[in-house]
Every structure is written in C-alpha cells, then in structure tokens.
Design a protein around this ligand. Sequence first.
Ligand SMILES: [Zn+2]
Length: 399
Amino acid sequence: MEPVKRTTCSACGCGDLDQFLDLGLSPIADAYTATADEVSPTYPLQVAVCAKCRLVQLLEVVDHETLFGTGYSFYSSASAPLSTYQAAYARDVLARHGDLAARGLVEVGCNDGDLLRHFDPRTSLGVDPSDGPAKAAVERGCEVLVRPFGLAAAHEIRDRRGRQGVVIANHVLAHVADVADVLAGISALLADDGVAMVEVQYLPDLLVNNAFDLVYHEHRNFFSLSSLEQAAGRHDLYIADAELTDRQGGSLRVTLRRFHAGERRIRVEPAVGRIRASETWLDSSGAYEGMQGRAERIRTRLLDLVHQQEGITAVYGAPAKATTLLNFCGLTSRDLTWCVDTTPAKQGRFIPGTGIPIVGPGFMGASSYLLAAWNYARPIMKRNQNRRWIVPFPAPVVF
Ligand SMILES: [Zn+2]
C-alpha cells in the first residue's frame, strides 16, 4: 500500500503542519534485508510541527503492515540493558501502585512480555499488534490481545475485564498513526482512580542533540511534556507526575490520571510545572528551523571523518536509527565494512539500503567504528578499548 501524506495533526486534527526537516528517501529502518543487494523500498522522511498543539510528527504515514509485518525484528528482551531496566521499572510500579495493579493492569505495546512477565498473570494483560513478539510473550506465560490499541480495543477489554487500575504504555505513542485514538482508549479503560504510566522519547533532547537519526518511519510522533499534556487533555487526562530519564537518548516518563465528575481538586507534583516551564523555547519556530542545516553539516563532517580513517572502518550497533543515519549520509558497505550488533536476530542480515552485513561481537577487529548505538557509548567503549570511535551526535567527534 502506498504511504499516505499526513495533512492534519495526529493529536489535535489541525491542518496547520509546518515541515522543518527533510531527510530524503529512507528504507523502513527495522526491515533488515536477507542479502546485501536486496533492494529496500524507500519512503520520504519529513518532519513537521503542528502550529496549534506543537506535536512534532512525521508527514509520511507508512501503513501498519509494511511497518510491523513479518519483518519486524525488535524483541525487547534481546537487549540486556533494557531487560534490567524493565525489571526495575516493574518493581517501581508495584511499590507505588501495587493496589491498583491488583485490580487490573494492561500494558499497551507489550512486545515479547519483557516487562509484563513481572506482573501477576491473573490480573494483567498485554496488547500488541505484532504476531512474533506477542507469541513470545504468550510462551512466557503472559496473556496478550494481538491487535493495535485504540478506543475499539479499549472497549473490548473493558467489556471483558472491567476498567483497569493501571495502564502502561512505554514507547508506544511515538509509533501510532492516531495519537488521539490511543489516548481516547487509555482514558476509556482507566478506573476513576487509575493511573496510566506513559513513557515517550523526549523531543527537546532530540533537538538539543541534533539527533535526526531518531527519525524513522516507525517513529511517527515526538513529544514534549507540553504537547503530550495538550494531547492528553483532549481525552480528560492530566499529567499528575513527570520525570526525565536517560532512556533512548532522553525520555519523558509521565503519570496520567483521569479528570472525573465530582472530583474537587487534582494533585499535580511540582516536577510537572518545572519541566513545562523549561519548554517555553519550543513555542518559538527557531527551535525547529535550524535542524535541517545541522543535519546536513553533521553529514558532511561524518563523511570526512569516516574517509579519513586508516584500516578497516565498521559500524557498531544496528538499531533502527542506524538505518536513518547511514542512508541520510549515503554510507554503504563501500565505506563501512561490517556492523557489529549483539542481537542474534539481526546477525546475518544487512542494514537496509546499505548492503552492510550485521555480525556478532566476535568481529571487533576493525580499527575504527562509527558508533550508531551512541546512546550506549559509555558501556560499549569501556568493553571495547583500543579502537577509534566516531561518535555522530551531538556533533561528530573521534575518540
Ligand atoms: Zn496538533
């Protein structure tokens, strides 16, 4: 199916979208190819900001089947740091909201159950549209509803299991074509005193780090606290608490609660106001305007640095964002001989659009590595000393 170019905002429906970044044509980031010369279909990567609610969003909406069909190879538990994070996250949810979780917990976008398995299977349910990861979650003892989450799925769950005490949606809102439908679903599913715990990548960190590689077709929306607050408010949800974390190059974790009839006053933690106040610069168009020029300058610098290296130069890390970075820069297997990634499912495949083979951690024999997994720079560089590292963001530099 041909992609659809968005003309209205995913959160507020307004038709005033200002494009500020065009990364050209890029393949689906997670669709690792089976051979070096397999041609990957490409689609435009254009980013716009909504003039009304300031939600930053992709203009091109590639259909669900193309994005998350059989080629989808991201399994949460394949990433050891993420698994550790999930275990700690579950302990935190149970410590703070154990009583609510006991009355019903739904995780939207549960993937292979890496987080969900830490909760009582009798009172918890996962929802995920991807067959492969959902099957893996079921094999780990989780109950999963295999379908995209939105208002229709929320009604189905509510009819079968009642309103829920806790809804978790971590790194989900970025991936949906219809933000409004997902927030409407969360609102419909929550008990009056329930909490929704939502984590999203944090747009200000993307802008500050010049991290244009975080833009790929699966990643459709980019949130600040202010834009998330506006989007949630349209569905009777407010941000009761918020916290910034280091996950995925900078993330925002919020607790949403529902406004409901008869409530006299709402309680909002001071952190919400502090973060909101720090975001006033996002109201200016200048926050977005320079992004194109910075991305192009990074491309020029990176190509120079890669070509200056002596001996073999390879890539370290094949996260989705590597596909955007390499394709935007025009880097292929002619420039970078291989790519080391610790995820077994990716090894033996190729980074889309580049012909660069993905190999296991046994291949640390290159003298220089372009660090595509730059958000894990410290542990990766510590584990693999005596190599040169080209770190692309916030501005290219060699260590
Ligand atoms: Zn909007």
